[in-house]
Ligand binder design. Structure first.
Ligand SMILES: *[C@@H]1O[C@H](CO)[C@@H](O)[C@H](O)[C@H]1NC(C)=O
Ligand SMILES: *[C@@H]1O[C@H](CO)[C@@H](O)[C@H](O)[C@H]1NC(C)=O
Length: 587
């Protein structure tokens, strides 16, 4: 044992380990406790054995901030409409200050890494120091540091390979200082996070549509059955954005989160605009930012990339768009790097609105990882970003039996993170539920306070129906909805339609982006995290179209039914831009 003056001093100051203050010592690095472990290799993954000799990964270590709830508290202060600090979003520097770990945490983690022979030059810190990255760690070294057993795994459906371990541990002393280490037990790959919007019409059969929802329909004149497919003019009419002319396009930006392999095509975008929004033929362009080895292949676009770009643009034109393509790779995580990259952007580079049509089943996400990721989304909200995620396309779920044989409704992460706005699906006019709409209750996040006025009423009306299939104390999903059925789009030069909440998210994000434009053009800060505002008293009653008909079947049940007020299929409803715009004047 040797005396370690610095850590002893900060131990005293923080009071975390005050029982040790009188006997300072080098922590027992060999006293390791499991941080997270799966009972078996996660479903659909199979081991391919040890990675090739010489393979290295970067380890990302999330550190606890000095004050545990600092980010969520700050998020509340700047996002709750009646808070005195409403709209006073944090700058990059202010946020860095809030998330900075305690010096003792840093000392401890650094001394642990040093104990394992990690050279300080291979350790870098994210802005604010919330994350440490240890670069180029060999497999045997990573196994040693984390008491892990890293292997190469292949996903049986997509063939993607990743390097992960089914368990990892940390010295007991570090558990209260380290939130998570990645990549470890979260088995993810870009392709498995895709929601795979369904092509509802093969492109060729779309050549001569008979009835388009957009064609010559006055408000209220169309019936649901008449709609073969939906188009931007229908959406701009039904969500009441037609009369708005964006006026802050020098500052306002809309970001689209893409994963590797999902590129939009500028040619398809142009054809889409030529068909459906002629004033956008020239203005519909976008920047591309490659993150983490992301790629952009406009010549081989994907359904998802095209759909996201075409609908975000169709709603928010001529607002500038940026496509953030995030890479994958053996040891890379598609969530963390993206969020940390975005948080590293300067204040004037961050888009005010982001559309993200991705997610995976909640039960596949380790709690420590989910919390660390969700915390990054809270940070984006605190910086003034409205972040929207899709809820998935399987209603309450298919394949609902877990490994122990229990049937449970399934929910998606990150949609279940309380610090994002989750978007479900509707269809037709008048709007009803699109039955594919993912929705339900989180098993990892308890109900956030902002839902306390909305969700319990639904649960009461549900009575005992579905008891045991869902978690009544969980965060309710979604928050809002938008059209998700038969979205006309262009793919590789051909017309088609698509079903999926992947269509709903860019539509909703486009409307939110226009609201942000209005805020900025009237000299106000952007909306940032939306949910405190959306769930605030009266907003939903006037500014959202309540969807009350339909349900989201799955797991051999009818699923949840839409109802008056909030429901776990369409949330509070769909956005009415003109009404919400009026309400913004009172904010
Ligand atoms: C995965 O690989 C198998 C055989 O190697 C092949 O038959 C299958 O088509 C591949 N699947 C995908 C989605 O690439
Ligand atoms: C229900 O949700 C809470 C969080 O709200 C969680 O702690 C609990 O484990 C969940 N129960 C089940 C059975 O998943």
């Amino acid at each position: 044992m040797f005396f370690h003056p610095l850590s002893a001093l900060s131990v005293l100051a923080s009071g975390i380990l005050n029982c040790l203050a009188t006997t300072p010592r080098e922590p027992r690095w060999d006293d390791v406790r499991t941080k997270h472990a799966w009972g078996a290799v996660p479903e659909h993954w199979e081991t391919l054995g040890h990675p090739a000799a010489g393979t290295t990964i970067d380890l990302h270590i999330a550190l606890q901030p000095r004050r545990k709830n600092a980010v969520v508290d700050a998020l509340y202060e700047v996002s709750f409409p009646r808070s005195p600090k409403y709209g006073a979003h944090l700058s990059r520097e202010q946020l860095a200050d809030i998330i900075a770990p305690h010096p003792h945490t840093l000392t401890l983690v650094n001394s642990w890494l040093k104990h394992h022979g990690v050279h300080p030059s291979s350790v870098s810190r994210s802005h604010g120091g919330g994350w440490l990255t240890v670069a180029d760690v060999s497999m045997s070294h990573a196994n040693n540091i984390l008491s892990a057993s890293y292997q190469l795994y292949r996903h049986a459906k997509t063939n993607e390979t990743v390097i992960r371990t089914i368990s990892y541990g940390l010295p007991v002393e570090l558990h209260s200082h380290v939130k998570t280490v990645a990549p470890t037990t979260y088995f993810s790959s870009p392709r498995m996070l895709r929601h795979t919007p369904r092509l509802s019409h093969r492109a060729r059969t779309m050549a001569a549509p008979t009835k388009a929802a957009s064609v010559d329909l006055g408000r209220g004149l169309s019936r649901r059955d008449d709609i073969d497919f939906i188009t931007p003019s229908f959406l701009r009419w039904i969500y009441n954005t037609e009369g708005y002319v964006p006026a802050a396009t020098d500052r306002n930006k809309l970001g689209i989160k893409g994963l590797i392999g999902d590129s939009p095509s500028p040619k398809d975008l142009k054809r889409f605009m030529t068909k459906y929004r002629t004033d956008g033929v020239k203005t519909a362009t976008y920047d591309v930012v490659l993150i983490n080895g992301g790629r952009y292949n406009p010549k081989t676009p994907s359904v998802e990339g095209n759909l996201d770009m075409q609908y975000a643009q169709a709603m928010a034109l001529p607002t500038p768009h940026t496509y953030y393509s995030t890479g994958g790779g053996l040891g890379l995580d598609p969530y963390l790097r993206w969020a940390n990259f975005m948080l590293g952007l300067e204040d004037n580079e961050l888009p005010q609105t982001i559309s993200a049509s991705y997610g995976g089943f909640e039960e596949s996400v380790p709690l420590d990882f989910a919390e660390s990721t969700c915390d990054l989304y809270a940070q984006l909200g605190a910086r003034g970003v409205s972040l929207l995620f899709s809820t998935g396309d399987d209603g309450v779920g298919k394949d609902c039996t877990d490994t122990s044989g229990n049937v449970r409704f399934r929910t998606m992460f990150p949609a279940s993170c309380p610090w994002v706005t989750s978007v479900g699906g509707t269809m037709g006019n008048p709007e009803v539920v699109a039955s594919l709409s993912g929705g339900g209750f989180s098993n990892i996040y308890s109900r956030p306070a902002y839902q306390d006025g909305a969700v319990p009423t639904y649960l009461e009306n549900l009575g005992g129906q579905y008891d045991g299939l869902y978690n009544a104390s969980g965060r309710g999903i979604p928050d809002i909805a938008a059209q998700a059925h038969r979205c006309a789009f262009v793919y590789r030069g051909q017309d088609g339609t698509v079903d999926g909440t992947s269509c709903a998210v860019p539509i909703a994000a486009g409307v939110v982006s226009l609201l942000n434009d209005y805020r900025l053009s009237t000299g106000k800060p952007p909306l940032g995290f939306l949910n405190y505002w959306l769930y605030d008293y009266g907003i939903a009653d006037l500014g959202l179209n309540d969807i009350t008909s339909g349900s989201n079947p799955g797991c051999n049940t009818d699923g949840f039914s839409a109802s008056t007020g909030w429901d776990p299929v369409t949330g509070l409803g769909t956005l009415d831009f003109a009404e919400l715009e009026k309400m913004l004047d009172g904010l």
